[in-house]
Design a protein around this ligand. Sequence first.
Ligand SMILES: O=C(O)/C=C/C(=O)CC(=O)CC(=O)O
Ligand SMILES: [Ca+2]
Ligand SMILES: [Mg+2]
Length: 439
Amino acid sequence: MTAASKENESMAKFDSTTAPSLKSWVESANAADCEFPIQSLPYGVFKTGDSAPRVGVAIGDRILDLAVLAEAGLLKCEAGVFAQPRLNDFIALGRTVWRGVREQISALLSHENQALQGNAGLREKALVAQADASMLLPVEVPGYTDFYSSKEHATNVGALFRDPKNALLPNWSELPIGYNGRASSVIVSGTPVRRPNGQIKLPDQERPIFGACRKLDIELETGFIVGVPNALGEPIPCEEAEQHIFGMVLLNDWSARDLQAWEYVPLGPFNAKTFATSISPWIVTMDALEPFRTAQPAQSPEPLPYLRHAGEHAFDIQLEALLKPQGKAEATTLAHTNFKYMYWSMAQQLAHHTVSGCNTRVGDLMGSGTLSGPTRDSLGALLEATLNGREPITLKTGEQRTFIEDGDELTLRGWCQGAGYRVGFGVCTGTILPAHLVK
Ligand SMILES: O=C(O)/C=C/C(=O)CC(=O)CC(=O)O
Ligand SMILES: [Ca+2]
Ligand SMILES: [Mg+2]
């Protein structure tokens, strides 16, 4: 390949809304370490004070209020979709509309554009400080599914829960394994998480006890939001599956490992994972992620035909998990990993999910599965990092942890590193409340 064609190929990754050279008149968006540059434009739902919730886009340290812009006639879209407490109505309008709205917002925020920049009154109304806003669950989630698509994670958990000699079960390399999760307990970042009570089978006792989970854990994941649903009985082909995805979030699949170890045979996780699943408030669209597309791990054996897709289907998204004990200023990084290590792509997950004829709905949430990498510092769950509690981690504050304690604050972060800018996911955080007392 010549230097010129290489250049052309890499330019093809960028469109008018993702060019690295783009700058905004919202100055805070131009800092190299800003999570929300003009190339990103993630969607969320927010409110300020007693005002009604509405749809906004993050830009620098501000939120652009799309309901205000639409009302003022500066943003052309179906009436009323931004003056809503959820993004579902906007998402349901489809890809062409997502694209058109993104282009309009990008233009309005770009350096030289005066339409909003030059209108002081409207600018004041339309740009809200993130510090003054509270973020809400961005979508109504009709269904939540969680996959198990990191080979490293599946191997580590298989060894800890089952047999180190046969850690990866034979079906794992043939299909993206998943379970149907609980949509009702999907919560937005910042919502506290109550430690669950449940059945725990102690090794030295014949019958389980009932009490507070002693092995509370995180799972560092991403999730994707279904934007274009499929009808019952109509599978989504793998090659087309990415077209059905609206965007991605950070996802923490809180897990009660002691409840899980006892209850999961033979139907999989139940109460161990139904009590809370946290997601980040900002949905990063697939358009914003396109420049960070990269190859997924090589797949062997070759997947069956319905799970094949040509080209690159992973994304280079750096991910971190941090733990901060109650009352402490300093957080400790538990893991640093990358979405690109995921073995089964989001397209393969969606193709497999629907191949039976199962339908999806706008707003459905699909978890990636815990994203562990190949190294000791890239393990996405404490279960793996502490070998099921056998090897405690020492925090920067000097304390030790095997699993999560009451009052601990757990935070996930994610970002794509561009040339001179980063497309960030913000944070997905939650603090643990003590379990309800068992009488
Ligand atoms: O292997 C098991 O029995 C259990 C695995 C998990 O707990 C992980 C899970 O929820 C799927 C994932 O996040 O990868
Ligand atoms: Ca999980
Ligand atoms: Mg969960």
